[in-house]
Design a protein around this ligand. Structure first.
Ligand code: C2E
Ligand code: CA
Ligand code: CA
Ligand code: CA
Length: 276
């Protein structure tokens, strides 16, 4: 496959999102994708800015389909709609855990993997059971796995709170993704105990040129810390952004450190951080 990053997808254009033909093609192709082995997982490091230590990797799904490389932003919504997200999501979780176990067996330092979970998956009454099964199969300690959800799972707070509790009993960590982009971010963190707050790239993009954006970002970081959560700042691309963020003692993620990469290449990036 020649696509190495988001900008290299040749078959994606926003207009096509609305095309029902395209959607049908994706729906059909998704049915075969798992058995054909068309999915892979890329890993992007999360770096503790003060120490320069890699403390985890986010698992990001890649699909090299008969239609070409289709980005997750295009196929995940379709997979949610047709139900394929359930087996696919379980596959990603298992694959990420399998990889973490392989790294642990190599004697690598303790880290976590963060796995994105759609609201559809999360709200599946059997989700926690599936998570427990995968942890068992792969031998990975629950505390090394972080589930990334968005505030969209909080629409029905009572249901969400129960499911969160089940996951907390298992011992996996919970992250709120894309924090600050929705309408009810505060509601999401008010009602459940979260381990990690991931601040969306859009909030970071403007801070260098805008005092007001910086004030908002600094306040959200403070909020996360006051709630006892780790704070991850996403989408760091430049040394200027990293230098600025270092003062806030957060965890950074973004192209500045590494693009999401296949496991072997991600491990080589990790090695470089270990040598420093
Ligand atoms: P996300 O969870 O917010 O993931 C971060 C996205 O930003 C990823 O895009 C990542 O490649 C990209 N990114 C990371 N650093 C930078 C940076 O410095 N600059 C820029 N411009 N982008 C950066 P990707 O891999 O295309 O994934 C897009 C979205 O698709 C994810 O957003 C997530 O919502 C969803 N997704 C990806 N994998 C999965 C999965 O296994 N399951 C589910 N349910 N959703 C997934
Ligand atoms: Ca994520
Ligand atoms: Ca995110
Ligand atoms: Ca996102």
């Amino acid at each position: 496959a020649k696509s190495t990053g988001k900008e290299n997808y040749e078959f994606f254009s926003p207009e096509l999102l609305d095309s029902s033909i395209r959607k049908q093609e994706i729906t059909a192709a998704l049915q075969q994708a798992l058995v054909n082995g068309e999915f892979s997982v890329h890993y992007q490091p999360q770096v503790e800015l003060l120490s320069g230590r890699v403390i985890g990797f986010e698992a990001l799904l890649r699909w090299n389909s008969a239609l070409g490389a289709v980005p997750p932003a295009e196929f995940i919504p379709v997979a949610e709609e047709c139900g394929a997200i359930h087996p696919i999501g379980e596959w990603v979780l298992r694959e990420a855990c399998r990889q973490l176990d392989a790294w642990r067996r190599e004697g690598r330092p303790d880290i976590h993997v963060s796995v994105n979970v759609s609201a559809k998956q999360f709200l599946d009454p059997e989700f926690a059971e599936k998570v427990a099964r995968v942890l068992n199969e792969t031998n990975v300690p629950a505390g090394c796995v972080e589930i990334e959800i968005t505030e969209s799972v909080m629409i029905d707070l009572d249901t969400a709170a129960g499911l969160v509790e089940e996951l907390q009993e298992i011992g996996v960590k919970l992250a709120i993704d894309d924090f600050g982009t929705g309408y009810s971010s505060l509601n999401a963190v008010k009602n459940i105990q979260i381990d990690t707050l991931k601040i969306d790239k859009s909030l970071v993009d403007e801070v260098l040129g805008s005092d007001r954006s910086m004030a908002i970002l600094a306040t959200i970081i403070e909020l996360g810390k006051n709630l006892g959560a780790e704070v991850v700042v996403e989408g760091l691309e430049t040394i200027e952004q990293v230098t600025l963020m270092r003062q806030y003692e957060v965890i950074g993620q973004g192209y500045y450190f590494s693009r999401p990469l296949p496991a072997d290449k991600a491990a080589r990036v990790w090695d470089k951080y270990l040598e420093q």
